[in-house]
Ligand binder design. Sequence first.
Ligand code: GLY
Length: 402
Amino acid sequence: MKKSTIAWMTLLIGLVWISACDKDAATITTDNLSLAGKRLTAMTRELHGSRDNPRSLKMDELVLVKSRDWTSGFFPGCLWLMYEATGASVWKEQAAKFTLNLEAEQHNGSTHDMGFKMLYSFGNGYRLTGDSSYKAVLLQSAKTLITRFNPKVGCIRSWDHHQEVWQYPVIIDNLMNLELLFWATRHSGDPVYHDIARTHALQTMKHHFRKDYSTWHVVNYDSTTGAVINKQTHQGLADESCWARGQAWALYGYTMCYRETGDTLFLRQAEKIAGFILNHPNLPDDLVPYWDFDIADKSTEPRDVSAAAIIGSALFELCQFPVDNSSLYRMKANQILENLSHHYLAKEANYFILSHSVGSKPSDSEVDVPIIYADYYFLEMNLRKMRLDKADVNLTAPAEDK
Ligand code: GLY
């Protein structure tokens, strides 16, 4: 064969390959939303009339939880995100129905999980509909949450259980609940919520991080003096290991704190946390972490898809802020999205979008199963990518209006 023919053939193959990749990138979010639509429809049908919301799957049966469970807001959250993505009223009706299952939680002061529960259900509902009854519930929820703040410690107390083990436990996950407090100040004008959230975030920066920006899961404080008593784990491999979802919460949490405050201290923190995750020698090539960054045997330990979805969604937000590694973060987020979409989907007969998450390995609970919060952050990731890609199109589009 002539050299010129070979060169033309190579070029042609290259063009076909590039156009297939482009098509893949363009259709990945629409395919994911279409799959999500099918799975969530199956779930809502199965749950018809239920006062409990779904959390995970056990032996192919849905595991339902009462509103007090920290995961109860994610299912209505998924339904709200589907409404946002499609504008179809059926999603709004279903989302509103499952959101109301959580109404009593606004007065539940026995938990720090208020943000997880109320922001994704009532918060998304208010953002997308402007319904003032949702706003009232959210403000009451924030009021209830700050009753758990101890000014001496400078943090919101996470758990009330195991008082024989921890005097005043604060877990890294708790950062995620601060978003509700930032929201409450913006919508009430009362600075108290914002101040508490900022104080908690600063105190967590001080005590939850090692020099390499990995996290301790639980910091146990002395409630009278505010001194740190000890640092441990509850869902990780060891006190000195780095639990993958905890690290994911930290990345998402500080990215959100920067969004809400504009304080670059939080942005720098998020960049350092991203650096720890993305450069870790135990992070697999497909960027879906093992359930703990310090596992010893990669051949037997499960991945945690929920951590990957949280990291991916956080990176899609972080890449839009003034950071040195913006394009790297965006590229990594795209890779996570592609890998989850191609290799970690739940089985056809499933109600969930993704599988292979880990709730708590040390308790042998929800290991390598679908879990609703993985689906929530996966959907959020898809929406964030769609907005980001569209913003690019707008930036390069001719300025028709001028
Ligand atoms: N407490 C939230 C989690 O398990 O990640």
